[in-house]
Write a protein that binds this ligand. Structure first.
Ligand SMILES: Cc1cc2nc3c(=O)[nH]c(=O)nc-3n(C[C@H](O)[C@H](O)[C@H](O)COP(=O)(O)OP(=O)(O)OC[C@H]3O[C@@H](n4cnc5c(N)ncnc54)[C@H](O)[C@@H]3O)c2cc1C
Length: 567
């Protein structure tokens, strides 16, 4: 168990704020508390800190922040507000949406001031609905600049592992990834590879251990906590909440294998992530087929904080939903597809051999389409990503360089099939060969014209972000023509769940009648998402998680001159 100096059991049994969960929400709240001069502790159930945040792409959607302003991204509060109202479609109260937009710039300034983190705009990573009112094709997403892990000293060993293993010290950013997927022959990919290699060589010379994406974000937040003296207690699961005279005054937890009570003078923040790893909750709240096998979320996220809140009468929302994404059930774990669906030369078909969605649609929408249309005649689960050899020769696929044969174990697991012609491919995956042939012929016709008359793939700037700019006029469309052909199984995976405790604009947890549970706050995936059923843009889970962590801490500390929306 990791403890900080001066954090022995007696002294630490009472804090101003007790925070459960060491992801983006929890660590940002703890930093904010420290900034306001309050004492806080972060309890983390597992033996490593960072949760899904450390596994993630580290993108942050936070309109109007300093980094975007400095990068010259033209935006106004009115535009951002109109956009968020549009994409959440009446499912999220205006005050919560406004709280996010009002406080996310100050949250980011605080993180910049209290941690070694620096951020960069991800150029052109469009909002997911850039053509909607207030949407931006230039995007509102930022990501961490690669960070030297040495800032954490020995604590680096306790950083939760990334989702995709990268060789030690190789720091690939989101901005690099966009170009690297286009394969080594694309000039932008050559430039991006040279940048990554140069960064690696330079940093190795200096003895740096470079981290990027969510690894950098979680490490940077943790470094801020170390220098602010905020303890993070690993292997310390919250097991319940303590209420005194109608107010949450502490938590029950297990520490050193012993049950302990940790008192909270001001209140408790639940930041324990979603329930993606809880089979029973997924079956209870979500649509079949569902389980824990297709998520990429952190293993500790079993909904503990949500259940603890429910035990006190808290209401929940959006429990049926998740940060979905079409994923490949590979033998080592699901692979969450990003650029793979957008690049030209592939289509996604259902069990009847028909396309049923714009393949390049935002990932949440693509899975909503999988569940919504899933019938016995038109089974969408699993679906199949079908592509030809030209696609395989050109682009990186699921982390594999172009041309490299797909691993045998993927075939053995039934995740991938290959055949010399479409008819045989269809037979292998149990699809009517005529239906698949017709679908491909129709799609190839669209590709030649450069216009997808069925699902308008490539019309949106979001679709085009991960397209191939060499392919004109539509960077998302190319015929499937060169044998052999491939079919890759697609299931409804996710980055985590988005349903949880219902909160107000101050991150206070609510009962079903709308009353507040005094002293209880929630942020991040433990709370019902401010995005509703949607996903505004890259980083729209972490940006709100950090912002509502920040809002909660500020609301809990009455001495703060700038208390949030105080009554
Ligand atoms: C591969 C991948 C890529 C992603 N990319 C992005 C991206 O680029 N941008 C974006 O916005 N989102 C992204 N996401 C989603 C994002 O990572 C999560 O939505 C976000 O990090 C959730 O933050 P959180 O603080 O709510 O929870 P987490 O970061 O998951 O932290 C929750 C922590 O709580 C701990 N915990 C659970 N139960 C208890 C308990 N009983 N007591 C104490 N601790 C407990 C968990 O162990 C965990 O460490 C990605 C996710 C994945 C998996």
């Amino acid at each position: 168990m990791a403890t900080e100096p001066g954090a022995d059991a007696d002294e630490a049994a009472e804090f101003d704020i007790v925070i459960a969960g060491s992801g983006a929400a929890g660590m940002t709240a703890a930093l904010t508390a420290a900034h306001l001069g309050a004492t806080a502790v972060v309890l983390e159930k597992t033996g490593s800190f960072g949760g899904s945040t450390a596994r993630s792409g580290g993108g942050i959607w936070a309109p109007g922040n300093t980094v975007l302003r400095r990068a010259g991204v033209a935006d106004t509060p009115g535009q951002a507000s109109a956009y968020l109202a549009h994409v959440t479609g009446g499912h999220v109260p205006a005050e919560r949406r406004q709280a996010l937009l009002e406080h996310c710039p100050a949250m980011l300034d605080l993180v910049l001031a209290m941690t070694p983190l620096r951020f960069a705009w991800v150029p052109g990573y469009a909002d997911y609905y850039p053509e909607a009112p207030g949407g931006l094709a230039s995007g509102r997403s930022i990501e961490p600049v690669p960070l030297d892990g040495n800032v954490l000293d020995g604590e680096l060993a306790r950083l939760n592992r990334p989702y995709l293993p990268v060789p030690d010290g190789v720091a690939v950013t989101q901005a690099d990834y966009r170009w690297l997927t286009l394969g080594p022959r694309h000039p932008r990919a050559v430039a991006a590879s040279a940048k990554v290699a140069g960064r690696l060589a330079r940093r190795r010379l200096l003895g740096h251990r470079m981290l990027s994406l969510g690894q950098a974000l979680a490490a940077g937040l943790r470094a801020g906590l170390l220098s602010s003296g905020v303890p993070v207690w690993l292997n310390t699961p919250l097991t319940g909440l303590v209420m005194t005279d109608g107010r949450v005054t502490g938590v029950r937890a297990v520490r050193d294998g012993e049950p302990v009570l940790i008192r909270a003078r001001r209140g408790v923040l639940i930041a324990t992530g979603g329930f993606e790893r809880n089979e029973e909750m997924r079956l209870r709240y979500q649509r079949p087929p569902i389980g824990t096998g297709w998520t990429t979320g952190a293993t500790g996220n079993t909904g503990d904080g949500i259940v603890a809140g429910q035990e006190l009468g808290a209401d929940t929302g959006l429990m049926d939903d998740a940060w979905w994404g079409p994923s490949i059930p590979l033998p080592g774990g699901p692979y969450f597809c990003l650029a793979e669906r957008n690049l030209p030369g592939c289509i996604m078909v259902n069990g009847a051999g028909r396309r049923f969605v714009n393949e390049s649609a935002p990932y949440v929408d693509a899975v909503h389409a999988m569940y919504e249309g899933n019938t016995a005649e038109n089974p969408h689960i699993p679906a199949w990503l079908v592509f030809d050899q030209r696609y395989r020769d050109r682009y990186v696929f699921a982390g594999l360089p172009p041309r490299r044969p797909l691993p045998r174990r993927w075939y053995a697991a039934g995740a991938v099939f290959r055949a010399p012609d479409l008819g045989e491919l269809a037979a292998q995956i149990g699809i009517d060969p005529r239906a698949l042939a017709q679908t491909v012929a129709r799609f190839n016709d669209f590709a030649r014209k450069g216009r997808d008359e069925e699902f308008r793939r490539g019309d949106s700037a979001y679709d085009r972000y991960y397209g191939d700019p060499r392919v004109r006029p539509n960077p998302n469309l190319a015929p499937l023509a060169r044998a052999p052909f491939y079919a890759v199984k697609i299931v409804p995976g996710d980055l985590g769940t988005k349903g949880g405790l219902r909160t107000d604009a101050r991150a206070r947890v609510l009962r079903a009648d709308g009353s507040v549970i005094p002293g209880l706050y929630a942020a991040g995936n433990a709370s019902a998402a401010v995005m509703g059923h949607s996903y505004a843009g890259a980083g729209a889970t972490i940006g709100p998680a950090m912002t509502f962590g920040y809002i909660a801490a500020r609301d809990l500390i009455p001495a703060a001159e700038d208390a949030v929306n105080r009554d």
